[in-house]
Design a protein around this ligand. Structure first.
Ligand code: ATP
Length: 741
């Protein structure tokens, strides 16, 4: 009589993760460096393979060095027996008590998986050692129970199972067996009486594993998993019941863990790669106790594979498994079947009732259908619109972050250029200069990468988002114009769209605040720079006064003072200052900006006086040149040309020029030349009576700060900030300037 599985107890445990680093092979010793260190049997450190980076990266704490901690970690001197004794042997004992356990080796090709699982005559692997333990435990068992030990050795290649113990095995299939759960139908199970023969058997099986042609020479099994299953059947002979306990140990030598994209293959082989990952997931579903051995190579040219394997292993620590005994008795199986039938009948009854209820509900609902359909259709549209807005916000955020990062990169670039110039003066092409240059190159690469990502966002994702937005807008408009309940629907859709526009505006406000913060920082620096010229405050105030500027609130405890404009007749092109008490109150630190023609309506009408106040919106507009219309329909209807570097903006000749400069570096050079020319002629320089030499030096520095360099390639936001400092061609003749210093 067969026995059936009836779990009696269940316990949750986490996956044990062990890392094993193999030694460098003889070949590798000639051309590779050992970059993996194992500390205290738990920590694994992967050093940065790039030696030339060490100096600056250490100083700036930016090495590619990685550190991980695992349940156990073994260095190149450890043997398979060391790994087995510390981490595996305790799990094997459970197998003869009816537990399932799985040990799998995970790692890139050539990292030592097969060596760990199968091993050699001198250093037998975990498969061999486990079988030895099983037989030792059976020998030591003092009960009168009968044991049966059988082995099967199979290969999973591209989701198909093959028998490695058969010379020319066909495809095998998985089946559900009431007695044993999931089984491989037709697999050869060899009865084993001792562990001695197993290594021979494994080597024979391994020679039958599928190998891609191009890897045959290397003897790699990059695409197939090999699974050795050791089944232990224990018939207990206690006085009450004939219990049958089945324990199973699965030892898996996984396929190389490289991503499909790295294997120089396409088509079928790419699909193989995807299937490998799927089989791994399936594996995780059917095992009780898991031990993962992550194998890594210590060679520096394997850095990425090593770090990827360790990252994966690190994440695997979170996996939870359930432990349960597979116990069944010959006597209880009829009772069990009866119980199962009863519960299935109850389930069928419940489902029938549920079905009947649903049918009644549906027939009632069909009467209300037309109205409901319309509303639910509108709901779907609203939902899609809201997702579209959210996606746009995310894209804006991503673009903004990329720009911010590049601003920081450019600052670092400037510092590096200065440092290189200094170091070169002392020691031409020394180690330090080389290190600085290499760092500089990295930064340039990062800037280029970020620019490329931003361009990609702009070209692909933002355009798609924009297209979708227009489509949704058209659909809403159409629905409204076709529908009898027009007014209601219009109000409803306006209400929803307003909500979304509000969300978007809130995000823009947050971005602006960020930009204002950055501007204030640079303006504070500018003030410090003016102070650093050696002029005392009185001199500065006098010179500013000549230009119609009043500096007030300069008490030292308040930080940088505020410069206020008093309208000065006779200064036709001189700065026109707007004083905003409210603004000064909330932003007590330095602020200089130039209004770009959006300015105050009074000014444009010639009615503005020196003491006038501008509202927050006008400040914002001067910074960001936002589109005039923020109504929801304007948001929904705005076409993609209103996106400037990923943000909604106003398409002006300036923004177009910026885009051109962004794409064509020559244009950027020209514009920066113009910028220099313009700056040196600016009233700003003359106003403060800066001595030419001192100004030039400082101007040089300012012109090369990221903000200034960004002026013709940045978004409206940062472009606005830069123009605030130095002006630009389109605004030179008629701009009004406002300084809050
Ligand atoms: N602990 C070790 N001591 C000595 N040599 C080792 C050790 N581990 C692995 N090696 C050697 O490293 C090489 C690669 O090992 P192995 O074939 O086990 O890698 P693998 O990860 O199974 O590769 P594949 O995925 O291609 O099958 C072999 O030459 C093996 O002998």
């Amino acid at each position: 009589m067969p026995s059936i599985s009836a779990p009696v107890s269940k316990q949750t445990t986490t996956l044990s993760v062990v890392v094993k680093c193999r030694p460098l092979t003889v070949k590798e010793r000639k051309r590779s460096r050992d970059i993996v260190r194992v500390i205290d049997d738990k920590e694994v450190i992967v050093l940065d393979p790039d030696l030339s980076k060490d100096y600056l990266d250490r100083v700036q704490n930016r090495t590619k060095e990685k550190k991980y901690c695992f349940d156990y970690a073994f260095g190149p001197d450890s043997t398979n027996l060391d790994v087995y004794k510390k981490c595996i042997s305790s799990k094997i004992a459970g197998v003869i008590q009816g537990l399932n356990a799985t040990v799998f080796a995970y790692g890139s090709t050539g990292s030592g998986k097969t060596y760990t699982m199968v091993g050699t005559q001198h250093d037998p692997g975990l498969m061999v050692l486990s079988l030895h333990t099983i037989f030792d435990l059976i020998k030591q068992d003092s009960s009168s129970d009968d044991f049966d030990v059988t082995c099967s050795y199979l290969e999973v290649y591209n989701e198909v199972i093959y028998d490695l113990l058969e010379k020319s095995s066909g495809h095998l299939e998985l089946r559900e067996d009431p007695e044993q759960g999931t089984i491989v139908a037709g697999i050869r199970c060899i009865k084993v009486y001792s562990a001695d023969k197993i290594l021979e058997l494994l080597n024979l099986g391994n020679s039958r594993r599928k190998t891609e042609i191009q890897y045959l020479i290397l003897g790699s099994h990059i695409r197939s998993h090999a699974v050795l299953e050791i089944m232990v059947k224990r018939k207990q002979k206690n006085q009450y019941r004939n219990q049958v306990i089945r324990g199973k140990l699965s030892l898996v030598d996984l396929a190389g863990s490289e991503r499909a994209s790295e294997t120089n293959s396409g088509g079928q082989k790419l699909r193989d790669g995807a299937n490998i990952n799927r089989s791994l997931l399936a594996l995780a579903n059917c095992i009780n106790a898991l031990v993962m051995i992550a194998t890594v190579s210590p060679a520096d040219n394997q850095y990425h594979h090593t770090v990827n394997t360790l990252k994966y292993a690190d994440r695997a620590k979170e996996i939870k498994t359930h432990i349960q005994k597979n116990i069944g008795t010959v006597d209880t199986h009829v009772e069990d079947y009866q119980r199962m039938i009863d519960s299935l009948q109850i389930e069928v009854h419940r489902l029938r009732k549920e079905l009947a209820d649903k049918e009644t509900q549906l027939s009632v609902k069909s009467a209300e259908k037309p109205v409901d359909d319309e509303l639910s259709w509108l709901n779907v549209l609203s939902q899609e619109t809201s997702e579209n807005v959210q996606e746009r916000i995310n894209l804006q955020r991503a673009m903004f972050e990329l720009e911010e990062t590049n601003v920081r990169n450019r600052i670092e670039l400037q510092h590096l250029d200065d440092a290189i110039a200094k170091e070169q003066a002392i020691e031409k092409d020394g180690v330090v200069v080389q290190a600085l240059r290499s760092r500089r190159q990295d930064i340039l690469d990062n800037i280029r990468d970020n620019d490329e990502s931003a361009a990609c966002y702009q070209k692909v994702e933002i355009e798609a988002n924009e297209k979708h937005r227009c489509q949704l807008h058209r659909m809403i408009e159409e629905a409204i114009s076709n529908n009898g309940n027009r007014t209601y629907l219009r109000i409803l859709s306006q209400y929803r769209l307003l909500g979304m526009a509000n969300t978007e505006l809130q995000f823009e406000m947050a971005m602006r605040d960020q930009v204002i913060h950055t501007q204030r920082e640079s303006q504070r620096n500018l003030w410090n720079l003016i102070m650093g010229l050696g002029l005392d405050q009185k001199q500065i105030i006098e010179m500013a006064a000549k230009q119609g500027l009043t500096i007030e609130d300069s008490s030292p405890h308040r930080g940088a003072p505020t410069i206020k404009m008093s309208h000065a007749p006779g200064h036709g092109n001189s700065p026109h200052l707007w004083c905003s008490p409210g603004f000064r109150q909330s932003y007590s630190s330095t602020s200089i900006y130039q209004n770009q023609g959006f300015g105050c309506r009074l000014c444009s009408q010639g009615k503005c006086d020196s003491a006038r106040t501008i509202c927050r919106e006008e400040h914002h507009r001067s910074y960001y040149m936002l589109a005039h219309d923020h109504s929801p329909s304007a948001y929904m209807g705005r076409s993609s040309e209103h996106w400037v570097n990923g943000r909604p903006g106003l398409c002006t000749p300036e923004s177009s020029a910026q885009d051109v400069c962004h794409s064509y570096p020559e244009a950027r050079i020209q514009s920066s030349q113009w910028n220099e020319e313009h700056t040196s002629n600016s009233a700003f320089r003359g106003d403060f009576g800066l001595q030419k030499g001192a100004w030039s030096a400082n101007r040089h520095q300012l012109l090369h700060t990221p903000m200034v360099n960004e002026s013709h390639e940045d978004t409206n936001n940062q472009g606005g900030a830069t123009r605030a400092l130095f002006g630009n061609r389109s605004s030179s003749s008629n701009t009004r300037r406002s300084y809050h210093v």
